[in-house]
Design a protein around this ligand. Structure first.
Ligand SMILES: CC(C)(COP(=O)(O)OP(=O)(O)OC[C@H]1O[C@@H](n2cnc3c(N)ncnc32)[C@H](O)[C@@H]1OP(=O)(O)O)[C@@H](O)C(=O)NCCC(=O)NCCS
Length: 174
């Protein structure tokens, strides 16, 4: 499947709320620790994306999606600009998600490359992320991120069991 990457504005994202929520629900139901516990509901997913869309409208977050001609949105990732005035060069990368039916085709890697390009264009040269997902760790290591270490028992898996989170950073240069 070939997917193209696009940065969505707030209005476009609001118009795609159904697809964005379906993407998030699919990952949580697949067992990913991305901020939610089972049962995952449409209401929780919609509330999450509405906050993201408000941040996009406020200019503090970027939302990138991967789209295929056949399915529409098959993946997404976010860039969250650091708020403190002494971190104008830093951003967090968040919620790398690919539909289970579209995985293992390179979309995760492509989204990460695109979010780095977006960060650099916005002058953000120090990126940070955390993950509890082994597949995601392999994406980050392939795309040149540095593993800092694991924070034990940081969060819960969707089924309520404790999980570590692993911190990564990447320094970008022009
Ligand atoms: C982590 C995640 C985004 C990866 O997405 P993805 O699109 O499957 O990632 P990629 O396709 O780039 O890479 C995945 C694997 O497919 C392989 N692959 C890529 N293209 C391939 C192809 N054409 N043929 C066969 N394998 C391929 C990669 O080498 C990689 O292999 P590995 O896992 O053995 O290292 C996805 O698993 C996901 O959404 N997980 C749930 C949400 C989550 O936990 N996200 C992380 C939040 S921090």
């Amino acid at each position: 499947m070939s997917a193209s990457i696009r940065t969505l504005g707030a209005e476009e994202a609001a118009a795609r709320l159904d697809a964005l929520s379906a993407l998030l629900i699919d990952s949580v139901e697949g067992g990913a620790s991305v901020g939610f516990l089972m049962p995952m509901t449409r209401a929780k997913a919609d509330a999450f994306w509405r906050k993201v869309i408000a941040d996009v409208a406020a200019g503090v977050r970027r939302l990138l999606v991967a789209e295929s001609a056949a399915i529409g949105i098959v993946g997404s990732v976010q860039l969250v600009f650091a708020a403190p005035e002494n971190q104008p060069h830093r951003a967090d990368v968040s919620k790398l998600l690919v539909l289970r039916s579209a995985r293992r085709q390179g979309i995760g890697d492509t989204l990460m490359q695109a979010v780095e390009t977006e960060a650099l264009a916005a002058g953000r040269t120090v990126l940070v992320l955390d993950t509890a997902t082994a597949e995601a760790e392999r994406v980050y290591q392939r795309t040149g991120w540095t593993r800092l270490g694991a924070l034990p028992d940081y969060a819960l898996m969707p089924d309520g069991s404790l999980c570590d989170t692993v911190l990564y950073f990447k320094r970008l240069s022009r």
